[in-house]
Design a protein around this ligand. Structure first.
Ligand code: ADP
Ligand code: MG
Length: 826
């Protein structure tokens, strides 16, 4: 195997040091990437991985450096490739060895790291028949257990499934949190012996693969609910799936039952999209904002980096496990008692080159971590066995001294008695453990039966044999899309904001969801949707103001962020019958991608005018600032001119004073004719000095006059330039306004999905601000490069209308603050 492992026995327990196994996987092009029309930037040969930056043509190799190589490089780009890595190959190569270790009693862990959309969930959970590692491993465990001799070993399996979102833990296996109910976050506690754990987390006993499947379905449904109802971003959350396997070997020592237990934790983790952190890591300023966006991922990076340094230089380093929820919980899996593997998933597209490089660098660090894993054995049984053997040995020794050495015989007896006391204590401990274990087991079994009933009630086990029209959720994350089904019964179905006492049939939370949002009427199979008041309801991308009839496949968007598709099973049947085998042409699947593009196209004009508005505002603000600058220059010019002029005046006065002094001096000279000869020398000196002083003053006056002229010329030039600039901006504003009037779209507007998302977010922020009675208004602000006149970046202007002041937030900061505002609001 690829494990550099060395097995040793420490304190009688099996201990193994093993490095973290690291694999890289490339997925195929997505439809969007296919349209970019380029070749994959990544290449693999053997376990070597290289990437060529299309911008610079620079090749980054992650293998030529002989001291380093990923353990596996999986090529899942094209099925036709001879080395194509299927889901099965990945399971066998990466997960099967971990499962083997788990059966030996080691803890194991596998986590998937990569940017959103790179294939983490596809690898871990998979889609439909392309099952990923989690379902395969669960199925495999039960297959293997079924083949074991049940007389010798008893297997007990428990599973839990939770999510870490915004540093809060959410149990995915509770159904109390049905549509709209506020999820109660759980806390991490630290057990003195067993380490960190999640307090109050649901732990379910599972005895077959179908048990696991039901729970997984519930868990995924729960994630979809959070994403749909609460508007959480799934790409920002980490999901942690844990299996705890306990193997009990029943042994008999002296005809006494003596259980021997091995416990292993299997952690399978689908991490949050790495893109939220890689930008934060590269630019210092963003770090603070990025940190609160995904502290767990950021800390995971720090932990991996610290562990990697530690194992390279052999010095004990501080590892900041406690800085985030995820790393604290995964403490053992990272640099502790666990056999750990990581799969880094990457996109082959040129547009993702930067992210791919950052993922590969991250993965490279993880390669040098060495863990110390040990078999988790129950000590009681072992101690009892040892004590019994010791007593037997002493008994034999005692026997031999029976008639020869009474003193020694007595000493043996003493020793045996004390060992027996110890043995009894140990046996009592074990009996207690056994009892506690049995109780836990029975309780778990009992709860399981109740849980299955609950599961059925929650509709998890239901099949799609329903004839009622319904709405199915659509989500940006394909894993969570089409998971929730809202039935539209005969009569009225009301939709509105979730509140504890809400009577609405469908309750959604979200800033743009109104208390009473819309009503859906189902009259003998004819379904129509009625928007209410200001609440925004979109059908097939268009904002509706009148009741609108829904047809099978129509897209319904509520508020701006809640996407659904309408299904009408009866209508489908009616449609299919007359066509009689002729297939109806569908223009692509009516999935999230379709719905969002449709909305984008339909809302284009609206969005464009919003963006132009923002540009106009930015321009006007710029013009204002030019005007202010101009006024300032003028003011400066005037005051400087005044200063120079007064200086000239005072210099001229001095010159006059000097001449007057000279005249007086000459007059005095004549009067004191007699003294002339004596003072001849002094007079000459004085005259020279006076003359010199006068000249100096004259020259200074001249220079000051010159400076004044220069200054005036320079200021006039600046003023002229500013005036020209103002003129230019005014013209641009004029063009902007004209373009808008005539619908002329010659301008390049950065119009895309992100603009639409930003528009929705700004609306949310303004709604919250208004409802909370704050004086803050948010605007889109296109920052314009003053030299090129093009939009250099998009920011959000935050204006306090009461104080009349404004600041600018980066999009990251805005997103982060909005999340906090939403939390406060809800
Ligand atoms: P992530 O969980 O990293 O955000 P996903 O696993 O949801 O990404 O993958 C994004 C999309 O790419 C999904 O539609 C998925 O089906 C597809 N995909 C990912 N990896 C593969 C792969 N190896 N083969 C085929 N499709 C894949
Ligand atoms: Mg995912």
């Amino acid at each position: 195997t690829a494990t550099d492992s060395s097995s040793t026995k420490k304190d009688g327990f099996k201990v193994e040091s093993s490095k973290v196994i690291v694999a890289v996987r490339v997925r195929p092009f997505s439809n969007r990437e296919k349209n970019e029309n380029s070749l994959p930037v990544i290449s693999m040969s053997g376990s070597e991985t290289a990437i060529q930056n299309p911008a610079t043509n620079q090749v980054y190799s992650f293998s030529y450096d002989f001291s380093f190589c990923y353990d596996f490089s999986f090529w899942s780009f094209d099925k036709s490739h001879p080395n194509f890595a299927s889901q099965e190959i990945i399971y066998k190569t990466l997960a099967v060895p971990l499962l083997e270790r788990a059966f030996e009693g080691y803890n194991t862990c596998l986590f998937a790291y990569g940017q959103t959309g790179s294939g983490k969930s596809y690898t871990m959970m998979g889609f439909d028949e392309d099952q990923g590692i989690i379902p395969r491993l669960c199925e495999d465990i039960f297959t293997q257990i079924a083949q074991m001799d049940k007389q010798q070993v008893l297997y007990h399996l428990e599973m839990s499934f939770f999510e870490v979102y915004n540093e809060k833990i959410h149990d995915l296996l509770v159904f109390k949190a049905e549509s709209g109910q506020k999820r109660q976050p759980l806390r991490v506690r630290e057990h003195p012996v067993l380490g960190p754990y999640v307090e109050g987390l649901t732990v379910n006993v599972v005895s077959s693969y179908s048990d696991v499947q039901s729970w997984l379905e519930l868990g995924n449904k729960q994630r979809a609910t959070a994403a749909t109802v609460m508007n959480d971003k799934s790409s920002r959350s980490h999901s942690v799936f844990t299996l705890v396997m306990t193997q009990t070997k029943v042994e008999f020592v002296d005809e006494e039952q003596c259980d021997h237990r091995l416990t292993s934790h299997i952690n399978l983790i689908d991490l949050a999209g790495s893109e939220c952190c890689s930008t934060a890591q590269t630019t210092g300023e963003r770090l603070k904002e990025g940190a609160s966006i995904n502290k767990s991922l950021l800390t995971l990076g720090k932990v991996i980096s610290a562990l990697s340094k530690q194992s390279q230089n052999g010095k004990k380093t501080f590892i900041p496990y406690r800085e985030s929820v995820l790393t604290w919980l995964l403490k053992e899996s990272l640099g502790g008692n666990s056999q750990t593997a990581m799969i880094a998933t990457v996109s082959p597209a040129a547009s993702s080159t930067e992210e791919t490089l950052s993922t590969l660098r991250y993965a490279k660090q993880a390669c040098s971590i060495i863990n110390i894993a040990k078999v988790n054995e129950d000590v009681n049984a072992k101690l009892i066995k040892e004590l019994k053997a010791e007593i037997e040995k002493l008994k034999a020794a005692q026997k031999s001294t029976l008639n020869t050495d009474p003193e020694k015989y007595r000493r043996y007896l003493q020793e045996i008695t004390s060992l027996r006391i110890k043995l009894h204590q140990q046996e009592r401990d074990m009996a207690e453990m056994q009892r506690a274990w049995k109780e836990k087991f029975e309780q778990a079994e009992k709860r399981k039966l109740e849980d299955i009933k609950e599961l059925q009630k929650a509709g998890i086990a239901f099949k799609m044999d329903n004839h009622l029209p319904n709405l199915v959720n659509l989500n940006e994350d394909p894993q969570l899309s089409e998971v929730l089904l809202y039935m539209l019964k005969e009569g009225e179905t009301s939709v509105g904001r979730y509140t504890p006492n809400s009577k609405h049939d469908i309750q959604l939370s979200g800033v743009l969801i109104a208390d009473d949002h819309c009503v859906i009427k189902n009259t003998v199979g004819k379904v129509s949707i009625i928007p209410l008041k200001e609440a925004k309801t979109y059908v097939n991308g268009k904002c509706i103001l009148e009741p609108t009839v829904l047809h099978h496949g129509d897209r319904v968007i509520l508020g701006g962020d809640h996407y659904f598709r309408f299904n009408h099973p009866v209508e489908v049947q009616k449609l299919e019958r007359p066509s009689c085998g002729i297939t109806i042409l569908h223009d692509g699947p009516k999935d999230f991608e379709f719905a969002k593009n449709e909305l984008l196209i339909a809302q284009r004009t609206q969005l464009e005018s919003e963006i132009e508005e923002a540009r106009l505002k930015a321009k006007e603000e710029m013009m204002q600032s030019v005007q202010i600058a101009k006024e300032m220059v003028q003011q400066e010019l005037t005051s400087q001119k005044e200063a120079y002029e007064s200086k000239i005046k005072s210099l001229e006065a001095e010159v006059r004073e000097e001449s007057r002094k000279k005249q007086i001096q000459e007059l005095n000279n004549q009067k004191a004719a007699t003294k002339i000869q004596e003072l001849e020398k002094a007079k000459q000196n004085l005259e020279l000095e006076l003359h010199f002083n006068k000249k100096r003053l004259e020259m200074e006056t001249l220079a000051t006059k010159q400076a004044l002229e220069d200054h005036t010329i320079r200021h006039t030039k600046i003023l002229e330039a500013l005036e020209a600039e103002k003129q230019k901006i005014a013209e641009e504003i004029h063009t902007l306004q004209r373009n808008r009037g005539s619908g002329n779209k010659t301008m390049t507007i950065p119009l895309n999905w992100n603009s639409l998302k930003l528009s929705v977010m700004i609306k949310e922020a303004n709604t919250i601000s208004k409802e909370l009675g704050k004086n803050t208004i948010f605007y889109r602000h296109d920052k314009i490069d003053e030299r090129t006149g093009t939009v250099s970046s998009v920011q959000v202007q935050v204006r306090n209308i009461k104080l009349g002041i404004a600041t600018f937030w980066s999009l990251e900061k805005f997103e982060c603050k909005l999340a906090a505002m939403k939390e406060l609001y809800e």
